[in-house]
Design a protein around this ligand. Structure first.
Ligand SMILES: [Cu+2]
Length: 158
């Protein structure tokens, strides 16, 4: 049944290309792109952000060091599971901030972390890699990993 499989693949590719063509619709273009910035520290700012379905998030790495946006698939219901994206720092990107965009098309949560400055424990929760990683507060608390949460509410017209 090779020809049937090839046909199915063709339909899938057609669907993907149609989805791609529909993505920059007028409605999406009118919505502002929401930004999550990495300042010159190992953290995402803001930590938590609430958006609407159809909105796009842009991560901007203003740090000199590289960081990553990695999906915590266990907690994600907003899609984009298996995301593992390098966000180059200015030192490795010709002085420019590395950027990465994701558009969220349905309601849910997108929990993510940086695999350089956090890892998942046995319960799949992000933890800081130790005293030299993650977010360090003035009290010497090293417990917070470099992570963030996007909450996607239904679209305005839902
Ligand atoms: Cu990082």
């Amino acid at each position: 049944m090779v020809h049937r499989r090839v046909f199915r693949m063709g339909v899938l590719l057609l669907a993907i290309s149609l989805l791609g063509a529909a993505a920059p619709s007028v409605t999406a273009a009118q919505r502002p792109i929401r930004q999550v910035v990495v300042p010159e520290e190992d953290r995402f700012a803001p930590f938590a952000l609430t958006i609407r379905a159809g909105d796009t998030i842009e991560w901007i790495n203003n740090d000199t060091d590289d960081h990553t946006v990695v999906s915590d698939d266990v907690f994600n219901t907003a899609g984009h599971n298996h995301t593992d994206q390098l966000l180059p720092g200015t030192l490795s990107n010709s002085g420019n901030p590395g950027t990465f965009r994701l558009r969220f098309t349905h309601a849910g949560t997108f929990v993510y972390y940086c695999r350089f400055h956090a890892h998942l424990d046995s319960a799949n929760q992000p933890v800081a890699p130790g005293p030299d990683g993650g977010i360090q507060d003035s009290n010497g608390n090293f417990g917070t990993p470099m992570m963030g949460v996007i909450t996607v509410l239904p679209a305005h017209d839902d």
